[in-house]
Ligand binder design. Structure first.
Ligand SMILES: C[S@@+](CC[C@H](N)C(=O)[O-])C[C@H]1O[C@@H](n2cnc3c(N)ncnc32)[C@H](O)[C@@H]1O
Length: 509
């Protein structure tokens, strides 16, 4: 028995030596040494008690020798990149003080209509608009508009608000939230009609998602289909607002949670509210907020224009934008389409898995990118940025050493991510007036044991496309999902289209 366990421990030690600092999960180890999950768990426990291994990140195990990434010869740590950025790009990192995450929006009128964890704070946007003296007569652009935080605040500042966004439920949220002229009384009456129609409606068909019956209780499913089938057709302000309220209550009415990724684990109805109660509350809150903002109407900018499209193809007229503010997806960030598949299906924006796949092909690369989309980016040499030419082979090598990793083409995904940002940066640069700024909130990442300074890379790529790097300010620290002890950051990168033409090198992706 003991001899058998020692053999297994030895095999695990060997496997963990090979996977190095990126470690392996119990399942990966079991596959690698051809053992059962239970036996691997028992052997790991034995090694842990002896102090030979430790658990990091989400269920990853590493040898204690690899506890500190900095001790690995090929590991380039955040400080080294910061120092190099100051040397090569002439900018030292500063600090941004103030709330940056969406959390503070959850109690704010209008912003709370569609809680979007991936969004940033209205207070941050207000600060940027004030610092750039944004008011009537100017245009503000957000190419990754999300739920419309930038556009709501730009309109409230009297500016013209322009945006693009790929995810249809987010486009709906941004459109509804920026239309602050909506009559609260009409909205409340329309919500009342929907509720009384739904009360007498027969339950309808489920959306196409295979797990629908597992995601909701039978009672919630019946109510949701009746409510959905009682909603007026989309396309005008009141029906759109009703649909947004319906979209908002989907996850709270389900057995799912989104924190920030979609997962099971919430018991439905735990606050005792029915689907119809939730809809009544959501539309009531919208009507209250609209009433509280009636006095602001006179100061609002022209109606916002939000296009449901891929920001990489944004063709805003040259010199038409005074300020751009955005937050793109992060390197190895979430798959927005899969994370919002419930909303997409119930709101009718996706009617099949093929529709979801189509949308996923156009989103900025995430670690769930279809393989065919990543395959043109398998080469590790790139003209995007010399730092990337160093980073991509490190990712590829670490994944190869590990043997089993979530994706063996991870370096291609990272390559494609930065290639996706190039046309957006180029389009925004062209759209800005000379002297106009592009303020970007973005984070860095730790991938397969390789550090990727996403914020500094974005700034550098912007510089290669003709922007001047004004500043990079650290707004908050985050924890790596792969290794909780590893500190990451979220930064505010400010770029400027210089007033006078300066020499520039344009890179092709
Ligand atoms: C970090 S979120 C922006 C959140 C926004 N600042 C807010 O406060 O709600 C990034 C957004 O980029 C969108 N996105 C991803 N790929 C895109 C693409 N190719 N074109 C346009 N939008 C895209 C995602 O759907 C997501 O809403």
């Amino acid at each position: 028995m003991v001899a058998q366990r020692d053999d297994r421990s030895g095999a695990i030690r060997l496997a963990l030596t090979e996977t190095g600092a990126i470690g392996a999960t119990v399942r990966q180890l079991a596959r690698r040494i051809d053992g059962s999950l239970d036996s691997v768990e028992a052997a790991l426990d034995h090694l842990r008690v002896r102090g030979d291994v430790l658990r990091i990140g989400r269920g990853l195990w590493v040898l204690r020798d690899f506890e500190d990434l900095g001790e690995r010869e090929d590991f380039v740590d955040p400080a080294a990149f910061v120092e190099r950025f100051a040397r090569e790009d002439g900018v030292s990192l500063g600090t941004y003080a103030g709330p940056i995450t969406f959390r503070s929006n959850e109690s704010l009128p209008v912003h709370r209509w569609w809680p979007y964890v991936q969004g940033y704070s209205a207070e941050f946007v207000r600060g940027v608009l004030a610092a750039h003296q944004i008011g009537p007569g100017v245009t503000v652009l957000d190419p990754f508009a999300g739920s419309g935080t930038t556009l709501v605040e730009a309109r409230r500042a009297g500016a013209r608000a322009l945006g693009t966004e790929l995810l249809p439920p987010a486009v709906l949220a941004a459109r509804v939230k920026t239309y602050l002229e909506l009559d609260p009384g009409r909205l409340a009456r329309a919500a009342g009609r929907v509720l009384s129609t739904a009360a007498h409606h027969r339950p309808g068909a489920f959306p196409f998602l295979r797990e629908t019956a597992r995601q909701f209780s039978p009672a919630a499913l019946g109510d949701l289909t009746r409510l959905r089938d009682s909603l007026p057709r989309e396309g005008t302000p009141v029906p759109d607002a009703l649909r947004l309220a319906f979209g908002r209550i989907l996850i709270p009415s389900s057995r799912l949670h989104r924190s920030p990724c979609l997962g099971y684990g919430r018991s439905d109805g735990d606050d005792g509210l029915s689907v119809l109660d939730r809809f009544r509350d959501a539309t009531g809150e919208m009507a209250d907020d609209l009433r509280s903002l009636v006095g602001e109407r006179i100061r609002l900018g022209p109606p916002a224009v939000i296009d449901a499209r891929d920001a990489r193809t944004g063709d805003w007229p040259p010199g038409s934008v005074d300020l751009a503010v955005t937050s793109p997806p992060y390197v190895n960030g979430m798959d927005y389409v899969m994370n919002y598949k419930v909303d997409l299906a119930w709101l009718g924006y996706a009617r099949s898995y093929a529709d979801l796949a189509r949308l996923r092909r156009t989103e900025v690369a995430c670690d769930n990118l279809p393989r065919a989309e990543a395959s043109p980016y398998l080469a590790t040499t790139t003209s995007i940025d010399p730092w990337l030419t160093e980073i991509l082979p490190r990712i590829r090598e670490n994944v190869r050493r590990k043997g089993t990793y979530r994706r063996n083409d991870m370096h291609a995904i990272v390559h494609r991510y930065f290639a996706d940002l190039v046309p957006v940066l180029r389009n925004v640069h062209r759209a800005l007036v000379p002297g106009g700024r592009f303020v970007v909130v973005v984070g860095d990442s730790l991938l397969a044991g390789t550090y990727v300074p996403g914020d500094l890379l974005l700034a550098r790529i912007g510089r290669s496309l003709g922007f001047r790097i004004v500043s990079v300010e650290v707004a908050r620290s985050r924890r790596s999902g792969q290794r909780r002890s590893f500190g990451l950051r979220e930064s505010v990168v400010t770029l400027e289209r210089p007033s006078a033409a300066v020499g520039r090198h344009v890179h092709r992706a």
